[in-house]
Design a binder for this molecule. Structure first.
Ligand SMILES: Nc1ncnc2c1ncn2[C@@H]1O[C@H](COP(=O)(O)OP(=O)(O)OP(=O)(O)O)[C@@H](O)[C@H]1O
Length: 261
């Protein structure tokens, strides 16, 4: 694929000899909003950590806009932002100071920082709390300030791990709209989520990972037509591919057996 913004080539990780992620080969195009789905323990976080320079692959490579993140980490990390599912923030900084700190690390000019920070705080309804200490923020507010921090330096590629967990519906909607707009303007987003409805609504393409292997990759239409049922929802496709329906049947069986009626 031309213009791959994120390129995984035979990317693999094993923990103490146990394979967690097997030879992944995926290209995500510039400007694409890519959804990365999979059941618990499938290998999503392991993959994202390898792509963001936090976990060294056992083999293979990961490129961000043609820069190998493991061979040239500083250059690659200038291009990316990562919001983990449990962001590590500085509790004794105010929201504004946190954003200013991130912007200074990425050498964002002061004037640009000021307008970008105000815009992001406004989008996520945090303007009034900008001068409060982060330790006083709720879980959702912490999540939102972490997202603002990720976007304040206008990354070329954004990685989000479970971004809507903890967000209220208005903030989740703001995030979806903002991601769409940023990707339409050329940013690439790699988003792991369990919320299939969100992936279905907002992603250009999705990849489904199971036991460390990509088992489906494509647009919603491509996934539906490969399953032979054009009316299928992403939830149906996901459960079918990941064996969720079998588990569901098993759970119902056990529950029914335990039911005294
Ligand atoms: N530090 C570690 N040491 C050993 N095994 C690990 C480690 N981290 C993850 N694993 C294993 O690697 C596999 C993939 O885990 P990973 O956290 O990447 O999954 P995930 O898809 O992000 O799951 P979840 O949706 O539950 O967050 C799992 O079998 C997990 O037990």
């Amino acid at each position: 694929m031309e213009d791959a913004s994120i390129k995984l080539t035979n990317l693999a990780k094993s923990y103490r000899g146990q394979d967690a992620v097997h030879n992944l080969n995926v290209d995500v195009k510039k400007g694409e909003l890519f959804g990365f789905l999979g059941p618990n323990g499938a290998g999503k976080t392991t993959t994202i950590k390898m792509l963001t320079g936090l976990l060294e692959p056992t083999s293979g490579s990961a490129h961000i806009n043609d820069v190998d993140i493991w061979k040239n980490p500083i250059e690659a990390k200038k291009k990316i932002a990562y919001v983990p599912d449990q962001p590590n923030l500085y509790p004794k900084l105010t929201g504004w100071d946190y954003l200013e700190f991130i912007a200074s690390v990425f050498q964002v000019p002061q004037e640009k920082f000021q307008s970008k920070a105000k815009e992001l705080l406004q989008i996520f309804s945090l303007t009034e709390q900008a001068n409060d200490l982060i330790e006083s923020y709720s879980h959702g507010m912490k999540q939102k300030i972490a997202i603002c921090g990720a976007l304040v330096h206008e990354p070329e590629v954004l990685f989000l791990d479970e971004p809507t967990v903890g967000l209220d519906p208005k903030s989740a909607r703001s995030l979806k709209n903002l991601l769409r707009e940023l990707c339409d303007n050329g940013m690439t987003a790699f988003v792991s989520t369990h919320i299939l409805e969100i992936a279905e609504q907002m992603c250009d393409r999705v990849g489904i990972i199971l036991d460390g292997k990509i088992i489906a990759l494509g647009t919603m239409d491509e996934l539906r037509s490969s399953g032979g049922n054009l009316d299928q929802s992403l939830e149906d496709i996901f459960l079918e591919l990941t064996g969720g329906e079998d588990h569901q049947a098993l759970i119902s069986e056990i529950t029914d057996q335990g039911d005294p009626k």
